[in-house]
Design a protein around this ligand. Structure first.
Ligand code: DGL
Length: 284
């Protein structure tokens, strides 16, 4: 597989594959576009199955595997799992299954939060599946030390972001409800442990108040993607604007609107469909 990528590398730019259950991963794609403006991206939103957060880990693993195969077939070299939930469920398994493919995963940014807290209380908001995965347990083992980590699942937030409700009365009351116990506990760092949440950041910051630092790992993930691309010799540095490709397993028109509203990107969105045997195919 490496040889194949190396030959293609000498002739074409190798796109970065990026995936999420929906629009959340666009918060990571946005950082990749900023940091690596010449790098083409193939983005897959599995909106037919969004949200992932309440699904069993085994199901998320099967979906992630189908998506990885799809992105590789479409020409991706590196794959960024722009989803904490899919990373928690599938990163380890994907690396085992595709040993020649470099994967960049995500995890809640507990380490910097612990380093910066002065109150010794850190809040982490994420999906139920992210907190269940071994990845989160190992983060706590490695970094929490004597700092109290207060976790909160926020099941209403992903559907709100998917619906483009970033500042509605419903969004406001949900964020207030989810943050209340964390603020009461005295957190001074709040980790956004789901890639949908950065789109609610203005609201979250307003409700959390100026004493709480909000941490989004997306810029660090983009930097890591850049390092991995450079190691592979796939970093595209010429200035021509790259042709990104966007796919959804949901409604392409709806995703096109989200792209415009969230990233200010106007482009075609293509449909991909799940087959009976868990393969994902583009609709040509
Ligand atoms: N954006 C994803 C995450 O980072 C998935 C959220 C969901 O689909 O529940 O966890």
């Amino acid at each position: 597989m490496n040889t194949q990528f190396a030959i293609r590398n000498s002739q074409f730019a190798i796109p970065v594959g990026v995936f999420d259950s929906g629009v959340g991963g666009l918060s990571v794609a946005r950082e990749i576009m900023t940091l690596l403006p010449a790098q083409p991206i193939i983005y897959l939103a599995d909106q037919a199955h969004a949200p992932y957060g309440q699904r069993p880990l085994a199901e998320i693993r099967t979906l992630s595997e189908g998506i990885a195969r799809f992105l590789l077939a479409e020409g991706a070299g590196v794959i960024v799992i722009a989803c904490n939930t899919a990373s928690a469920a599938a990163l380890h398994g994907l690396r085992e299954q595709f040993p020649a493919v470099p994967f960049v995963g995500m995890e809640p940014a507990v380490k910097p939060a612990v380093e910066h807290t002065r109150s010794c209380h850190v809040g982490v908001i994420a999906t139920a599946a992210t907190f269940q995965g071994e990845l989160f347990a190992s983060l706590l083992d490695r970094y929490a030390g004597r700092v109290a980590i207060h976790t909160q699942i926020c099941p209403e937030l992903v559907p709100l972001v998917e619906a483009g409700e970033l500042d509605s009365a419903g969004a406001r009351s949900a964020v207030q409800r989810y943050l209340a116990p964390l603020l009461l506990a005295g957190i001074d760092q709040l980790v956004l442990g789901c890639t949908h949440y950065p789109f609610l950041r203005p609201l979250i910051e307003e409700i959390a108040g100026a004493d709480v630092a909000v941490i989004d790992p997306a810029p660090a993930v983009a930097r890591q993607a850049g390092r991995v691309l450079a190691q592979q010799g796939w970093l595209v540095e010429d200035a021509a604007s790259p042709a990104h490709q966007f796919y959804t397993t949901g409604d392409p028109t709806r995703f096109q609107v989200a792209l415009r509203d969230l990233l200010d990107v106007t482009t075609d969105v293509r449909q991909a469909t799940w087959q009976q045997d868990n393969r994902l195919l583009p609709v040509r």
